[in-house]
Design a protein around this ligand. Sequence first.
Ligand code: GUN
Length: 283
Amino acid sequence: MQLLDGKQLSLQIKEEAKVEVAKLKKEGITPGLAVILVGDDPASHIYVRMKESSCEEVGIYSIIHKMPDDISEEKILETIAMMNKNPNIDGILVQLPLPPHISEERVLAMIDPQKDVDGFHPCNVGKLSLGLDAFAPCTPLGVMTLLDAYEIDLKGLDACVVGASNIVGKPMMNLILNAFATVDICHIHTKDLKSHTKRADILFVGVGKINLITEDMVKEGAIVIDIGINKNSEGKIVGDVDFEAVAPKCSYITPVPGGVGPMTISTLIQNTIKAAKQREHQC
Ligand code: GUN
């Protein structure tokens, strides 16, 4: 069994990003990221702080628009419109979840698709599903980068994705389908989850449920990608997979923490640099 070390790879990616950003700056382009953070969800605040400090580390300019929980949708849309027009901003990210009175659909659709570094705009979602070049969501794209770094080829593998969210499961499904895996996608209404997971050469799990995947649900020699981030009763960060029991059966497995998590932020950095390079070409 080999661990897929996302922590190490993300450090390497950030080092490479520093070089690319320095090169862009020499050409007069400082990549810029605008983040919109609504309300006071503690996890969202932690994620945004981590995104901000990674930007700073690699030399990306970032601005955080913090808004109160009772902000109007209109105000959020206005802020996005302003960022769409701002030539110093290459990437726009709205931290999710949003408060219930705000339409996530309208807010995400307001972002200029060329600045949509989270890949949540319907244009980018559609392009990704067509196999066209697009901004892909950072967590699943980070998983692809991690697999690529370990030279894991998905072509022809039987894959199972557990969780069908717009942020993780569905884009994960599209990315691995584009890489020619045979994809099975499971969700809350799946009748017999084990019958699906057990068949998989590679299993992706992003649900947010501790110990959802137990040893008996995994095929001998499988690759297991745990995209879950949960806090257990002892306050420890754990994934969706019963790591201790499942790991000995795997050819590869991602640890939590230190697997997929760090890849999300390094991918955001890569997407922001990609957006800044597109600015370069437009000039
Ligand atoms: N909330 C949970 N994950 C994400 C993410 O990748 N991007 C944004 N914007 N919000 C999230």
